[in-house]
Design a protein around this ligand. Structure first.
Ligand code: GLN
Length: 538
């Protein structure tokens, strides 16, 4: 089997939402900063082929990779922390694994055989993991979604157990992330759930090499010792991952202090090399001590109750604030709320307004209200994907004399479809994986704010949409003050619009948030944050 590529597997125990993704991404950053090439992958035990068809309320944001995968939001952490380049190989689900096996069965790929979970599904899982060896990585980190003990994750854990035998313990290392709950009533930190989750793994045949403990309060030596004893993990390999105070970007620094990266490299029998976290630590210091002042940004969306639904938007805003040395407050506003009340009640106190992407009519009119409020009151406005489409509808309705203008997504009989279905989408029947997805180039016009921010006329950004600016309305909307400042290289698709009569009004058909990194803040987010700060009513 595989030669020298090292595999690190990260499992989770006790509860979901422990921050496995952030932990995996932090470990990747540390290994990278010790000179190793790292590739990251997430295995999700649910049956959807990818999360693209799920509501953000079910699954949080759908992250989009350069090569157009609709993927788990943990890939965003991987790219932001480790600067990793995730691809379609970075995310497999049970649905994707099964559909490959079932398709092969129909083609006669297993003629004469009974197709079973073990070995056929487990083999396919192992293939998905080992396919990452071809990326040229020294170390592949695979995070297993879900919690040890879930019915759905058992084929994945079984595949990992087998892989450890196939690859040898020096090439396959297990990290188990678990929870130590703190009981207020007795003032105690409890280790039993963690012991039990390690016990579940043991019953499957996996003994973790490293146990990472998520906790709200500091662990005492007795907790380390107890966990070491009951979980069969050496004391030195029990690591505390306490909630960080200010920024999730502190996590890698805290893990490095306990030598997690050295420990993993020793398990792999790899040279430890020097760890260089200087740039990262400087960024965290800037994030914690913003010097220029405060800035308040409203995000007007329709899944505000779940912060994960707009993960990359919030992160990109925070990168812009780090870049501009500003203390950022994000005000989450349910767009439906703007439909029945005076928008001033919600937006009166903010310095900038961002309308993110979205699907479906619910909350749309509230988003258009938010655009209008920003436009009329000269508040910096940043529209993303559906947010850009709302900006076009607002100009059409209010300034181009087309009060019935709409997107065909929401009103198929509108007399003025200023947003229409893309030509290539007209014959598309299946919903999964069929939008315009992934990176496409865009050419920016001279004298535009976009060009100002990017400093380059050709840019490449990631997309996820079916509808687009309707070219039949270009002239009318330009006359109404909307400048089309970014187009696809063939000039056929409108990618960026701006209002030159406004202090900072810019909207894009693509998703710049996916490319923003704490060490490389996205220029549009930085410019938006800066404009919002500068426009502040002092
Ligand atoms: N619903 C719109 C479309 O499909 C916008 C998509 C988005 O915001 N990601 O074009």
């Amino acid at each position: 089997m595989s030669g020298s590529v090292k595999h690190l597997f990260i499992t989770g125990g006790v509860v979901s939402s422990l921050g496995k993704g952030i932990t995996a991404a932090s470990v990747a950053l540390l290994l990278k900063q010790r000179g190793y090439k790292v590739f990251l992958q997430k295995l999700d035990p649910y049956l959807n082929v990818d999360p693209g068809t799920m509501s953000p309320y079910q699954h949080g944001e759908v992250y989009v990779t350069e090569d157009g995968a609709e993927a788990d939001l943990d890939l965003g952490h991987y790219e932001r922390f480790a600067g990793a380049n995730c691809t379609k190989q970075s995310n497999y689900t049970t649905g994707r694994i099964y559909s490959t096996v079932i398709q092969r069965e129909r083609q006669g790929g297993y003629l004469g055989g009974t197709v079973q979970v073990v070995p056929h599904i487990t083999d396919e899982i192992k293939k998905a993991i080992l396919s990452c060896d071809e990326t040229g990585a020294d170390i592949v980190i695979t995070e297993i979604g879900g919690t040890a003990g879930d019915i759905e994750s058992s084929p994945f854990l079984e595949a990992l157990r087998q892989l450890r035998v196939d690859l040898g313990p020096e090439n396959a290392v297990f990290v188990h992330l678990t929870l130590l709950p703190y009981l207020n009533a007795s003032g105690e930190l409890k280790t039993k759930p963690a012991q039990q989750s390690a016990g579940i793994l043991r019953s499957i045949g996996i003994i973790p090499d490293v146990l990472i403990c998520r906790t709200e309060v500091a662990m005492e030596e007795e907790h380390f010792k107890k966990l070491s004893l009951f979980c069969s993990v050496p004391r030195a390999a029990v690591i505390e991952e306490k909630d960080v105070k200010n920024s999730i970007y502190e996590v890698p620094i805290e893990l490095a202090k306990q030598g997690l990266d050295s420990l993993i490299l020793r398990k792999f029998n790899l040279p430890e090399n020097q760890l260089d976290l200087s740039l990262w630590s400087a960024m965290v210091a800037r994030a914690i001590n913003p010097e220029r002042g405060k800035v308040r940004i409203a995000v007007v969306g329709k899944y505000m109750a779940l912060r994960d639904a707009y993960k990359s938007i919030f992160e990109a805003l925070s990168h812009g604030a780090i870049d501009q040395s500003l203390d950022l407050t994000i005000k989450c506003i349910e767009s439906e709320d703007l439909q029945n009340r005076d928008p001033h009640e919600f937006l009166g106190e903010v310095d900038g307004i961002l309308v993110p992407g979205g699907f479906g009519y619910r909350g749309l009119e509230g988003k258009i209200e938010a655009v209008k409020y920003a436009r009329i009151n000269n508040i910096p406005f940043f529209g993303i994907c559906l947010g850009m489409q709302c900006a076009a509808i607002d100009t059409a309705r209010d300034l181009a004399g087309l009060p019935d203008a709409n997107s065909l997504e929401f009103d198929e009989s509108t007399p003025h479809p200023v947003i229409s279905l893309m030509d290539k989408q007209k014959k598309v029947v299946n919903k999964g994986g069929t939008m315009r997805l992934g990176a496409y180039p865009c050419i920016l016009k001279e004298g535009s704010r976009a060009l100002d921010a990017y400093g380059s006329t050709e840019v490449s950004e990631r997309h996820r949409h079916r509808f687009e600016f309707n070219n039949d309305y270009r002239e009318r909307l330009e006359k109404a003050g909307l400048r089309l400042t970014g187009l696809s290289p063939d000039g056929k698709l409108v990618e960026v619009v701006e209002r030159p009569d406004h202090p900072w009004f810019l909207a894009v058909q693509f998703h710049p948030e996916f490319k923003s990194r704490p060490l490389r803040p996205h220029p549009l987010f930085s410019a938006f944050i800066n404009a919002s700060f500068k426009g502040q009513k002092k």
